[in-house]
Design a protein. Structure first.
Length: 437
């Protein structure tokens, strides 16, 4: 579809990098503004889980214990959550800066988020006081639902949207530093976008092997943002629909087909450099080592699809439903052959293939979603498509080529967004620091 450290207080807080916007400030914890946000946000419905969200969390049966306790460092040259081995659960959230928020508010928010993320990805609470270590007469720093759980492979990835750079009056002082390629996506044939699932100044992608760990991360980061940014929309996802590691099996989407067979893998350095990472020669310089994220909420008309003959389903996709092999023959990993008539010229496999798209590739890490049911009693289900690419133009080109896709009859693109994903935060700094240098 185109779609550990366990003892509180052991982890030192980031120190400001020399010459950074934080220089001269105390970076040994969350800023005073962030602490106020915790207190004021404790009684606010800071996270919109959606109609099926609570059920999706409860249905996993892992609330009392986490999946394998893998940990991925938050600090590093690149943000985790891009080439990282795809986890099983997602909580994605889009935020808008408050109307009166200033440049200093934006910087302090990114600093506070980075500090909190550096702890959460270690399986720690968002501060040393945590859920129970502070004053009993004040709201706790941490909401506490992840107590006793491991880090569960949590990654937290932050992004900056086009609207952040185009704020009225350039109140954040960054308009001149907007990447030229960072613009709102154009309209595509078949779009039925809902503003409730579209756009945003900032985004957070939290992936983990335990859904409660991912929800906990976004919930607490949302509290920290109180007074500086507010939640615009969010989405829970389950059951990854791609792989980034050769030892991961190709998963299936809600149509029952293997998805992401030909995805770029984390050990393919040449492909990553060509198609995913922003290069030193690309503009602007502060984005070097970063990437660009496209998110698309794609509703799948599962009841209509389920009435199709198996042969028609295979023709639409261009692969066999059971094996995942292309209809031109071979196994799942066999390269499709488009000569002849085995694979329909408007099948999804052919129209999305690099050989008919000037060699363009993207890195996918999407998730299934089920948000309850519609007013007509149908499943509100689909794919939350996430792709990373060196330029959003790669996605635009692919999506335009998919206009005659046979699959278009069974899907609707209802949400959309694009964000610049800055390089990672080195120890003592924060994500996005280069933008303000």
């Amino acid at each position: 579809m185109t779609a550990p450290e366990s003892e509180e207080g052991r982890t030192p807080s980031p120190e400001p990098a020399e010459g950074s916007a934080a220089e001269g400030s105390d970076r040994r914890g969350i800023s005073r503004r962030g602490l106020i946000g915790w207190a004021l946000g404790s009684g606010v419905a800071g996270i919109a889980v959606g109609a099926g969200g609570a059920a999706a969390v409860a249905a996993t049966g892992v609330l009392g214990g986490s999946a394998p306790a893998d940990e991925y460092a938050f600090e590093g040259a690149r943000q985790a959550g891009i080439t990282t081995r795809v986890q099983e659960h997602l909580h994605f959230a889009s935020f808008d800066m408050m109307p009166r928020a200033s440049r200093d508010d934006l910087i302090s928010l990114l600093q506070d988020w980075s500090y909190a993320a550096s702890r959460l990805t270690k399986g720690l609470d968002v501060s040393a006081s945590g859920a129970v270590g502070g004053s009993p007469e004040a709201p706790p720093d941490d909401t506490g639902e992840a107590q006793g759980l491991t880090a569960a492979g949590l990654t937290i990835t932050f992004g900056l949207g086009p609207s952040l750079f185009l704020a009225e009056g350039d109140r954040f002082g960054i308009a001149a530093r907007r990447p030229p390629v960072l613009t709102d996506l154009p309209g595509f044939v078949g779009d039925a976008l809902d503003a409730a699932y579209t756009g945003g100044d900032l985004c957070i992608q939290a992936c983990a092997d335990d859904p409660q760990v991912a929800v906990h991360a976004v919930r607490n980061l949302s509290r920290i943002a109180f007074g500086r940014a507010r939640l615009r929309w969010s989405q829970l996802g389950f059951g990854r629909t791609s792989r980034t590691s050769a030892d991961q099996q190709t998963p299936r989407n809600l149509f029952g087909y293997k998805d992401g067979t030909a995805n770029i893998l984390s050990d393919d350095a040449a492909a990553l450099d060509e198609h995913v990472w922003v290069a030193e020669k690309d503009e602007p310089a502060w984005m070097a080592g970063g990437s660009y994220l496209v998110a698309r909420k794609i509703a799948m008309l599962v009841e209509t699809w389920d009435r199709l003959r198996l042969a028609e389903q295979d023709r639409t996709i261009g692969r066999a439903k059971g094996s995942g092999a292309p209809l031109s023959g071979g196994g799942e990993m066999t390269e499709p052959k488009f000569a002849g008539h085995a694979i329909d010229e408007n099948s999804h496999v052919r129209l999305a293939h690099p050989t008919v798209n000037d060699g363009i590739r993207i890195l996918r890490r999407g998730y299934n979603y089920v948000d309850g049911n519609s007013d007509l009693g149908r499943l509100d289900a689909g794919l939350f498509f996430l792709s990373y690419q060196r330029s959003p133009e790669q996605f635009v080109t692919l999506q335009k080529r998919l206009s005659p896709d046979l699959m278009s009859e069974y899907i609707r693109h209802i949400g959309s967004g694009v964000w610049a994903i800055p390089p990672g935060a080195e120890k003592g700094s924060y994500v996005g620091a280069g933008l303000f240098a």
